[in-house]
Design a protein around this ligand. Structure first.
Ligand code: ATP
Length: 270
């Protein structure tokens, strides 16, 4: 199986002006390389300020990398080429409200990426909008709703629908489920898992939730101070962590080192 997402030596240094003559540089992400196969899930975990979000934002084209390359299949993603990128990689955020225009109905929100990035006519766009609403467990009638009248879980379904509508290869979820309560979170996760199975989507979750990632990720990348300190198969990394930061994350979530036995016995819902 060949990788769908390939990242080579991707890095980001922010330069902050302290005064006219003084600059400080922050190496938010030191050169990182990894790849992700089709239909698989990568978890990027790490403490606050470790560089997770900066990495995710570079993948989705919101931040210009200082160096490195991002490939999706045979397409090299160039910063600023939104048209190519959004058909390959889409992102969902923790707070959908901040990315929804409150003046637009759900149908209009979903139609926007289709108008901007495809040649579909109005009938074809409408058909696709109803199809994607159904895929995320909403009804055709929801196209007429404004986001403000929807519950948090429904809004996250709309965010997912908007990410799915261009049929991307990779979806990046930056702390997308952290604000939802446990039962809504499980519903959305299960929905994302079944969509993954149907459509072979690859997911990158940016999260601090190691418990959930144990259940749903195939690969884990652990970051600390802008550096990837561990990268590998989730079960192997969590069962035999090499870095102190991973050991601490495992210990603080599971209360002990994670042996094969405790792994099996851990049945907590995510
Ligand atoms: N636009 C920016 N300008 C300057 N520095 C930034 C910018 N964005 C992030 N940083 C810095 O880069 C480092 C990594 O931040 P980042 O937000 O990627 O970490 P994170 O692991 O996602 O943390 P959190 O979980 O708190 O979001 C931090 O030191 C942060 O202050």
């Amino acid at each position: 199986m060949s990788p769908v997402l390939k990242v080579r030596n991707l890095s980001k240094t922010f330069s902050l002006s302290r005064s006219m003559f003084r600059h400080t540089e922050i190496q938010a992400v030191k050169p990182v390389s990894f790849s992700l196969n089709e239909g698989k899930t990568l978890a990027i975990i790490g403490q606050n300020g470790s560089g997770k979000s900066t990495l995710a934002k570079m993948l989705v084209g919101m931040i210009e990398p200082t160096s490195g390359e991002i490939w999706v299949e045979d397409n090299k993603l160039e910063y600023g080429d939104y048209q190519t990128r959004c058909q390959l990689v889409r992102m969902i955020f923790q707070n959908p409200d901040s990315s929804f225009d409150p003046r637009l109905r759900i149908g209009q929100l979903l139609e926007m990426p289709l108008k901007q990035n495809t040649d579909l006519d109005a009938n074809e766009r409408e058909k696709l909008i109803y199809e994607v609403l159904k895929q995320v467990g909403l009804l055709p009638d929801h196209a007429q709703y404004y986001p403000s009248v929807m519950a948090a879980g429904q809004k996250q379904r709309v965010a997912l629908a908007r990410a799915l509508i261009l049929k991307p290869k990779v979806i990046i979820a930056d702390e997308a489920l952290a604000a939802l309560d446990i039962s809504m979170r499980s519903q959305i996760i299960n929905l994302m898992l079944s969509l993954q199975e149907e459509q072979n989507i690859s997911y990158v979750y940016v999260t601090q939730d190691i418990g959930m990632m144990k259940h749903i990720s195939d690969q884990i990348l652990v970051m600390q101070d802008g550096e990837v300190v561990e990268n590998g198969n989730t079960a192997e990394v969590l069962a035999s962590p090499l870095s102190d930061v991973t050991k601490k994350l495992v210990q603080s979530y599971f209360g002990e080192a994670l042996t094969a036995d405790t792994w099996r016995k851990d049945t907590r819902a995510f």
